[in-house]
Ligand binder design. Structure first.
Ligand code: 7MK
Ligand code: ZN
Length: 857
C-alpha cells in the first residue's frame, strides 16, 4: 500500500540505531511568562563515533529565537518536528533560545499551566515541546536548571537538589537545581506556583535523612497526609523487600488537577494527578485510599526501575512499566490483602487487556511498530507486562528473582537498556533457561489453554491433557508455544487437598499424569491466574461449588464463583435465543447464599464475589456476542439471586453495616446493591445509609446502589450529593461517573446537561474521563444502544478533544474501536463514526493510528 505524504509514519524497533550524538550535560534556564516563556538550553554535545552526519534535534511548537555553537551564531535548517545543524566539530557547546506558550498549551504535554501553576509532563516525547533536544531515552544528561518567575510563584522546583536561590529585580526571584544523576529528557520536571506544603522526613536503612515534601493546592493540606504516609511505607518496603534505598536528599511530590495520566516519576520531583494524592474520609472512598497508596508506591519504585536504570528506546517501555507495576502490586499485597489485590489485577487483565489483545490495537508487551508512542501506555505493556514479570517470579522463586534483580542493577545502573537485558540478568543469576520464555515479549494475543482430564480408578491415575494455541492475525508470523507456569491444585469431592504444584507447560500439547489418586478429582486450574491466558475446561456445577467453598487459594474461590455465574448467564443467553424462558439452578443460588451467610470468608473477598461479573467480563469470554440477550440474561441472574436470598442479605447487612473496616464496608455495600436490585428495592435502607454515612465509602455505596437499582430515591440522593460537594472537583467526578452509568434512554440528554454543569470542563481530563469516559467504557447498555446514538454522541466528543487534547481523545475512543464481537448492525454504525473521524482535516497522530487500525479490521 502506498503512503500518502500527509499520513503519519510509523517507527520500528528493528530500525533502532544508537544516537549520532550524545549530550552528557545540559543547562536549562527558564524565564516564566504565561504566553511567552523563554527557554535557554545550553548543551555539551559530543559526536558518538566516527561519522559526518548532521545533528538532528526534535522539537514541536517551538519558536526558535537564537542558535549558537561555541558562542558563534549558527545557521540551522528547520523541518517539521526537527532542527538540523551541520558541523565538523566532534564536541561543542550548543545554545538554543526558544519561546513557548504554556498558558495556551491544552495538550498538557511539555510545559503548561494547571490552575495558575506551571508544571511539566515530558514522558514520552513532551520534552521536545520545551526545547530542541535529542528527545530519546538513551541520551542521558546531567541537568542544571535555573528558574526565574514573579515572587507570586512561591515555589520554584526542579529535579535533584536546590543549589541556589534569591531575589531579582521587579518582584521576580529565581532558584537553581542540580541533579547529580544523568537522566533522559523524559524525566525532566519543573513546577512553579504557590501551594500548600506538607513536610516530613525518612531515615534510610543506611542512616541518611531524606526530606519529604508534598505540595497541594491551597486549602488541601489536610488531604495530603495519606499520601505522605503511603510514601514512607513505600520507601521502607523497597528497602526491606528489594534492598533498594533512596538516593537523593529530597523527594518531592506535587499534585495538579490538570493531568493526562495518573502520575509521573520525574527524578526527585514526582508530579501527580490530584486524584492520586488528595484524600480524607469525608471525600474519598476506601478504594481511593488504596489507589493512592498504590500509585505513590508505583512512582516511588520507578526511582530504581525506570530512573536509575531506564529504557534504551520506547519499544522497551515494559522494561520499566511491567516491572514497576509488578513491584507496586507486591507492595499493595504485602501491606494489604494479597488475594483481594490479586483479584483486582486479574480483573484488569481479563476485562481490559484481553479486549485490547482481541481488538485492532493488539500488540506484544514489547511493541514492534508505533505511530504515536502515547498510544502504547497500555494495559498490555503495563499489566500484561507485570504478569510476565510475575511468571518469572513464579518460575525462579523469590530468592532466584531477587538474585536476578541484584545482577540487573549491578550490570545496568546508570544505563538505558532493553527487556532482553532484564531477562538475561534473571537467567544468569538463577541458572533457569528462559529462552522459550522470551516469546512472551514478542508474541501478541491471548493464548487459549484447553484442558481435558480423565480418571483411571483402577490404576489410581489422574490425567490432564493441556493444549495451547495463540490466535494468529493477518500479517502476523505463526505463533509458537509459550512457556506457561500452570499452577494446579487437586481436591477430592469433600474439598480436601490432594496435591498442589506448578507445571511447566511448554509444548503445544502436553499430558501430565498424577499417580496415587484414588478418589474422583476436582481440579483448581491456573491457580491465582499463574499465566495471562484464557482457560477452557468444562467444569460441572458440583465441581465449582466444591472449589467455591474449599479451594485453598481464596483467589480460586472467587474464580469459581465467576465461572459459576458466567455459566448461568450463557445458558440463559442460549435459551433466550431459542425463545425459551430463563431459568436458574437452585444449586447456584445456594452457592451465593453460602457466601452471603459465611462466617469464615474474609469480608473483602465476600464483597468481590457478590459484585458478580460485569457485562464487560462476560463479553470477554466469547468471540461473538448477542448484546441484548446478554444484558437481559445477566440482569435476570443477578436479580434472581438478589430476590431468592433477600432475607439472608438483609439479615447480614443489618449486622454488618456498623463494623468499621474497609472489608466490611465493601461487603455491606455489595449487599445493599443486591437489596436495591431485589423485589422490594429497600428504598428506606438506601436513604438511611446515604444520609447517615460517616464517610464517603458508605455515602457513595448507597448512591451507587440507588443508581444500579434504578431506585425511586435516586435523583433525590444525587441532588443532595451535589449540594454538599459541588465545590470539590474530585468528589464531583464521582457524581459525574455515577450518572454516566445510569441505564435509561434519557442518559444522553443527561450527559449533555452535565457538560454544562459549572463543575464540568472539557479542558480537564479528570472531568472528561469521569463523565464521558465512564459512559463509553462502563454504560454498556446505553453506549451500545441499537439506534447508534451512543456511538454518535461519543464521536462528537472525540472530535472536540482531537484538537485540544489528542492524548485524552485517543484514550476514551477505546470502546469505539473494540467492536469485533458485536453484531453486524452495530459494527456498521461504529464504522460510519470512525469514517467521520478519519475525514477530520486536523486528525491527530494519536487518533489516526487507532482509527485506521480499527477500520482495517
Ligand atoms: C500509568 C507514565 C508514568 C499510564 C499508566 C502511568 C502513565 C500512563 C504512570 C504515565 C507512569 N511513567 O508512572 O507509568
Ligand atoms: Zn509507571
Amino acid at each position: 500500500m502506498s503512503q500518502n505524504v500527509n499520513q503519519p509514519a510509523s517507527k520500528r524497533l528493528a530500525d533502532y540505531r544508537a544516537p549520532a550524538f550524545l549530550i552528557p550535560e545540559l543547562s536549562l534556564s527558564f524565564r516564566l511568562v504565561p504566553t511567552a516563556t523563554i527557554v535557554t538550553a545550553c548543551s555539551r554535545v559530543v559526536r558518538n563515533g566516527a561519522h559526518n552526519e548532521p545533528l538532528v534535534l526534535d522539537g514541536e511548537d517551538l519558536e526558535l529565537l537564537e542558535a549558537s555553537i561555541n558562542g558563534q551564531s549558527v545557521a540551522v535548517q528547520q523541518q517539521p518536528g526537527k532542527l538540523l545543524l551541520e558541523t565538523d566539530l566532534d564536541e561543542f557547546e550548543l545554545t538554543l533560545v526558544t519561546r513557548i506558550n504554556p498558558q495556551d498549551n491544552s495538550t498538557l504535554e511539555g510545559l503548561y499551566m494547571s490552575d495558575g501553576a506551571y508544571c511539566t509532563q515530558c514522558e514520552a516525547e513532551g520534552f521536545r515541546r520545551i526545547t530542541y533536544f535529542l528527545d530519546r531515552p538513551d541520551v542521558l544528561a546531567k541537568y542544571n536548571v535555573r528558574i526565574e518567575a514573579p515572587v507570586a510563584f512561591k515555589y520554584l522546583l526542579s529535579n535533584g537538589n536546590k543549589v541556589d536561590s534569591g531575589e531579582l529585580e521587579d518582584g521576580w526571584h529565581y532558584a537553581c537545581w542540580q541533579d547529580p544523576f544523568p537522566k533522559p529528557s523524559y524525566l525532566f520536571a519543573l513546577v512553579a506556583g504557590d501551594m500548600d506544603l506538607l513536610e516530613d522526613s525518612f531515615c534510610t536503612v543506611s542512616g541518611r535523612n531524606v526530606k519529604l515534601q508534598v505540595f497541594v493546592d491551597k486549602g488541601n493540606l489536610h488531604k495530603a497526609h495519606h499520601a505522605m504516609a503511603s510514601l514512607k511505607k513505600a520507601m521502607a518496603w523497597d528497602e526491606h523487600r528489594f534492598g533498594l534505598e533512596y538516593d537523593l536528599d529530597i523527594y518531592m511530590i506535587v499534585a495538579v488537577d490538570f493531568f493526562n495520566m495518573g502520575a509521573m516519576e520525574n527524578k526527585g520531583l514526582n508530579i501527580f494527578n490530584t486524584k492520586y494524592v488528595l484524600a480524607d474520609e469525608q471525600s474519598a472512598t476506601d478504594d481511593d485510599f488504596h489507589g493512592i497508596e498504590s500509585v505513590i508506591g508505583h512512582e516511588y519504585f520507578h526511582n530504581w526501575t525506570g530512573d536509575r536504570v531506564t529504557c534504551r528506546d520506547w519499544f522497551q517501555l515494559s522494561l520499566k512499566e511491567g516491572l514497576t507495576v509488578f513491584r507496586d502490586q507486591e507492595f499493595s499485597s504485602d501491606v494489604g490483602s494479597r488475594p483481594v489485590n490479586r483479584i483486582h489485577a486479574i480483573k484488569v487483565i481479563k476485562n481490559q487487556q484481553f479486549a485490547e489483545d482481541a481488538g485492532p490495537m493488539s500488540h506484544p508487551i514489547r511493541p514492534e511498530e508505533v505511530i504515536e508512542m502515547n498510544n502504547f501506555y497500555t494495559v498490555t505493556v503495563y499489566n500484561k507486562g507485570a504478569e510476565v514479570i510475575r511468571m518469572m517470579h513464579t518460575l525462579l522463586g523469590e530468592e532466584g528473582f531477587q538474585a536476578g534483580m541484584k545482577l540487573y542493577f549491578a550490570r545496568h545502573d546508570g544505563q538505558a537498556v532493553t527487556c532482553d537485558d532484564f531477562v538475561q540478568a534473571m537467567q544468569d543469576a538463577s541458572g533457569k533457561d528462559l529462552t522459550q520464555f522470551r516469546r512472551w515479549y514478542s508474541q501478541a494475543g491471548t493464548p487459549q489453554v484447553s484442558v481435558t482430564d480423565s480418571f483411571d480408578t483402577d490404576a489410581g491415575i489422574y490425567r490432564l491433557q493441556l493444549t495451547q494455541n495463540t490466535p494468529q492475525r493477518p500479517g502476523e508470523p505463526a505463533k509458537l508455544p509459550l512457556h506457561i507456569p500452570f499452577s494446579l491444585e487437586l481436591l477430592d469431592c469433600q474439598g480436601n487437598t490432594l496435591l498442589n504444584e506448578v507445571l511447566d507447560f511448554t509444548e503445544a500439547e502436553q499430558a501430565f499424569e498424577f499417580t496415587g489418586i484414588h478418589t474422583p478429582v476436582v481440579p483448581s486450574l491456573l491457580q491465582d491466574f499463574s499465566a495471562p491466558v484464557r482457560l477452557d475446561y468444562q467444569f460441572t456445577v458440583e465441581q465449582l461449588l466444591v472449589l467455591m467453598a474449599h479451594a485453598s487459594s481464596e483467589v480460586a474461590r472467587w474464580e469459581a464463583s465467576v465461572t459459576l455465574f458466567s455459566q448461568a448467564v450463557w445458558k440463559n443467553v442460549a435459551r433466550l435465543q431459542q425463545q425459551q424462558g430463563m431459568v436458574l439452578d437452585n444449586r447456584i443460588i445456594d452457592g451465593f447464599r453460602g457466601v452471603i451467610l459465611s462466617d469464615g470468608l474474609d469480608h473483602a473477598l465476600a464483597a468481590e464475589i457478590l459484585k458478580m461479573p460485569s457485562v464487560s467480563t462476560l463479553m470477554e469470554q466469547v468471540s461473538e456476542v448477542a448484546l441484548d440477550a446478554l444484558l437481559c440474561a445477566r440482569d435476570y441472574v443477578v436479580d434472581s439471586i438478589a430476590t431468592a436470598c433477600e432475607e439472608e442479605v438483609l439479615a447480614r447487612y443489618q449486622v454488618l453495616h456498623n463494623i468499621d473496616d474497609a472489608g466490611s464496608r465493601a461487603f455491606g455495600n455489595a449487599l445493599l446493591t443486591l437489596l436495591a436490585r431485589g423485589a422490594d428495592g429497600h428504598e428506606a435502607l438506601l436513604e438511611r445509609q446515604f444520609y447517615h454515612a460517616t464517610n464517603m465509602t458508605e455515602a457513595l455505596g448507597a448512591l451507587s446502589a440507588a443508581v444500579e437499582g434504578n431506585s425511586d430515591c435516586r435523583d433525590a440522593l444525587l441532588a443532595a450529593f451535589e449540594q454538599r460537594w459541588n465545590k470539590v472537583p474530585l468528589v464531583m467526578d464521582k457524581w459525574f461517573s455515577l450518572q454516566a452509568n445510569i441505564n435509561a434512554p434519557d442518559v444522553l440528554q443527561r450527559l449533555q446537561q452535565l457538560q454544562q454543569h459549572p463543575a464540568f470542563s472539557m479542558g480537564n481530563p479528570n472531568r472528561v474521563r469521569a463523565l464521558l469516559g465512564t459512559f463509553a467504557a462502563a454504560n454498556v447498555a446505553q453506549f451500545h444502544r441499537a439506534d447508534g446514538a451512543g456511538y454518535r454522541f461519543m464521536t462528537e466528543i472525540i472530535k472536540q478533544l482531537n484538537s485540544s487534547n489528542p492524548q485524552v481523545a485517543a484514550r476514551i475512543i477505546t470502546p469505539l474501536i473494540q467492536f469485533g464481537k458485536l453484531d453486524a448492525q452495530r459494527q456498521q454504525q461504529i464504522r460510519q463514526c470512525l469514517q467521520q473521524l478519519l475525514a477530520l482535516p486536523d486528525l491527530s497522530r494519536d487518533l489516526y493510528e487507532k482509527v485506521t487500525k480499527a477500520l482495517q479490521a
